[in-house]
Design a binder for this molecule. Structure first.
Ligand code: 13P
Length: 281
């Protein structure tokens, strides 16, 4: 069997959890194993962790056979979440990380700190970081490289604004973000790409299946240039933006959609499980 971890940096972090490509569903040998990830954003107190227990309960052997699950709570809860979920097969991730390992950066959290707390993934370049913290592609790339340095898999987010879509610039914007935000030495075990159209986040709006297919095909194509032809097929590309149990089946069935990055609906166990349950057919 072909090794999925052909580069040094790819032996760590998400490699242990994710088993894309040949280790995915034998019925779909060319598709990576799906990943359904929850991004809690700035939501969640200690009492919210009972949701994790409920999600663990619903992560039945049948679902486990079909998809990986990941929860990204706020930084204050990463350590406890990792304890709660130990042995569950559900991974824990951070929502952001600093590019540096340590230092005088008040309020920031390093990738090493996330890894030390039990995380195996870090979201980087989320549109809310790009929008509210002015993060540009180069910084996102440095953060993704930091995640790799710490042994985490990086979930690199890309996506166009409403204005960019209306101006017909979606593909150009996503291409530019991909080329600028993905570090060298990325591979299927340490890289996940999330396509999140900014206008679809938290709005209840979603692109058509055809629009999602077009952007995900472009991402797959770009990945061939970035990580190489053979590896590109195994990198998971998630769709994010108003994913709900009611639309998950349609969105997750789109070609080159290998899972979802879920915001609001990941705060409710039944909704998150309802989305992941789209893979149970
Ligand atoms: P919603 O699912 O709430 O639209 O958020 C999507 C998102 O931004 C996940 O990172």
């Amino acid at each position: 069997m072909r090794s999925l971890v052909s580069r040094g940096d790819c032996r760590r972090g998400g490699a242990l959890l994710s088993a894309p490509g040949p280790l995915g569903d034998p019925a779909m040998p060319n598709r990576p194993r799906p990943l359904v990830a929850g991004n809690w954003k700035m939501n969640g107190l200690r009492r919210s962790l009972r949701v994790l227990g409920e999600i663990e309960q619903g992560y039945t052997p049948g679902l486990k056979a079909k998809a990986d699950l990941l929860l990204c709570p706020p930084a204050t809860l990463v350590l406890t979440a990792a304890h709660v979920l130990v042995g569950s097969g559900i991974a824990v991730g951070g929502q952001d990380c600093h590019a540096k390992e340590a230092g005088a950066f008040t309020g920031d959290v390093s990738a090493e700190m996330l890894a030390d707390a039990g995380a195996t993934f870090a979201i980087v370049g989320h549109s809310e970081r790009r929008q509210y913290h002015g993060e540009k592609d180069a910084e996102v790339c440095a953060k993704a490289a930091a995640a790799h340095r710490a042994g985490l898999a990086a979930i690199v987010c890309v996506g166009e604004t409403q204005g960019e879509r209306e101006a017909g610039r979606t593909l150009n914007v996503v291409r530019r973000q991909l080329r600028g935000s993905i570090p060298e030495a990325s591979c299927p075990a340490n890289l996940v790409v999330a396509y999140e159209p900014v206008w679809a986040i938290g709005t209840g709006l979603t692109p058509t299946a055809a629009d999602v297919a077009e952007v995900h095909a472009l991402i797959r194509d770009e990945l061939r240039r970035i990580v190489g032809k053979a590896e590109a097929a195994s990198v998971r590309i998630l769709y994010g933006g108003s994913v709900k149990p009611s639309n998950a089946k349609e969105l997750l069935a789109v070609e080159n959609v290998d899972g979802a990055l879920v915001g609001g609906a990941s705060l409710v166990a039944a909704d998150f499980l309802g989305i992941a349950g789209a893979y149970l057919v």
